[in-house]
Design a binder for this molecule. Structure first.
Ligand code: SF4
Ligand code: SF4
Length: 393
């Protein structure tokens, strides 16, 4: 790995929200405080130091920014107010932009104007598309979304969008894999990847490392937003047509399923979880109630606003359907899609949502690396040195 110094790094990181890292005098309090730092992967001091020394390449290959869940403990303990927790957050934005080969993520994070224009353009295209393409027999007497935009057509659009998003996200995940594994990327036999697959699934589903932080509430809020969002995705993408089973279809029209039906229960859980999580985070950011909410990047706000608007318009549609008001239902459906689609199309591969993929993948890759290294023969020089250490002890 080269040690080339990049004098522009600190300036570049300011575009991603860096503010106080220059104040750090390298005492190490933050690393000592962090409940997630380990001897093998110590942070955040090391990363703050890399920033000060202009070590771009080392930062791009570092897994540590993804091992931090931003509890804020280190920022509280920092004697210099260098905000190491926020610095780790900045590095996650920077890495998201570095992994993204399209350059879109960098623009998204570094230009508020670009972010607003991109979201507005996608929203307008969606609105226009829904106004221009609809069914021929619109039901104006009853609220019947399927008569305007049939599920089969929405499913095709869903699949098309899912294919593009998966391609973009997976190609970026592949770059993340290459950065993180470095020279080992294609050396590690496939059996090591296979043996740790369970670890990947556990981290995706539980975010269990976050549970080690002192602020359990942050872990809970994070888990609520993540599982709520995953539930919505499951309903509107996977179950839009019930996977071929009539009684598993996600209902966009008047609910016919009994209250206890799994599709309804998942929908209610998702609504509650997202509203609870996003409201907690919005209030926290407005009040700056914790170190983790002290600094808000425009993309943090955009993420919360889009997610909450998507959920709120979904709740309103539920009521206008129950009241059987066709025109408000159709109007709200258009607004709902104009918010939900940009959130998916732009946030998932290029912004905040991408961390849902990067973080568990990196934790998984570290485990793969660890297992692989354990099985490697000890280099001769170390093998010879071992008895000497043992004798000295
Ligand atoms: S960020 Fe703060 S606590 Fe951490 S090494 Fe620097 S001065 Fe010390
Ligand atoms: S914010 Fe929390 S998890 Fe992240 S580096 Fe600081 S103490 Fe560790």
């Amino acid at each position: 790995m080269s040690n080339k110094v990049d004098p522009n790094l600190i300036h570049d990181l300011k575009h991603f929200g860096l503010s106080d890292a220059h104040k750090c005098y390298n005492c190490g309090n933050c690393t000592g405080t962090c409940p997630l730092s380990t001897p093998e992967n110590p942070f955040p001091r090391k990363l703050v130091r890399y920033i000060q020394l202009g070590q771009t390449e080392k930062i791009q290959k570092s897994p540590e920014p993804w091992l931090c869940y931003y509890c804020g403990d280190c920022s509280v303990q920092c004697p210099r107010g260098a905000e190491p927790g926020e610095t780790m957050m900045v590095l996650r934005r920077y890495l998201t932009a570095s992994y993204d080969w399209t350059g879109f993520a960098r623009k998204f994070y570094t230009s508020e104007r670009f972010e607003i224009i991109a979201i507005s353009v996608v929203a307008l295209l969606v609105g226009l598309g829904l106004l221009l393409f609809h069914g021929d027999n619109i039901n104006w007497q009853d609220a019947h979304i399927n008569s305007v935009w049939p599920s089969e057509k929405i499913e095709i659009a869903d699949l098309f969008m899912a294919a593009i998003l998966s391609f973009l996200l997976l190609s970026n995940v592949f770059r993340c894999f290459k950065f993180t594994m470095g020279d080992l990327a294609f050396k590690v036999p496939i059996k090591y990847y296979a043996s740790q697959a369970k670890e990947l699934l556990i981290h995706v589903a539980t975010q269990k490392r976050f549970g080690k932080c002192t602020d359990k509430m942050q872990w809970f809020v994070h888990l609520m937003i993540m599982t709520g969002y995953a539930s919505v995705f499951l309903l509107v993408v996977v179950f839009i047509n019930g996977l071929g089973f009539e009684n598993l279809k996600f209902q966009r029209d008047l609910p016919e399923y009994p209250l206890w039906h799994p599709i309804r229960l998942i929908g209610y859980y998702a609504t509650f979880a997202i509203m609870y999580g996003t409201t907690y985070a919005i209030i926290g950011r407005l009040k700056k109630s914790k170190p983790v909410y002290r600094y808000s990047h425009p993309t943090d706000w955009m993420f919360l606003i889009l997610l909450q608007l998507t959920t709120l318009t979904g709740i309103f549609i539920h009521f206008t359907r129950l009241l059987n008001w066709p025109i408000p239902t159709y109007g709200l459906y258009i607004v709902h899609m104009m918010v939900a689609v940009p959130m998916l199309v732009l946030e998932v591969p290029f912004a905040k949502w991408a961390h849902l993929a990067y973080r568990p993948v990196i934790i998984y890759l570290l485990k793969v690396k660890e297992m692989y290294m354990k099985d490697q023969p000890v280099p001769a020089i170390e093998a010879e040195a071992e008895p000497v250490v043992a004798t000295a002890e």
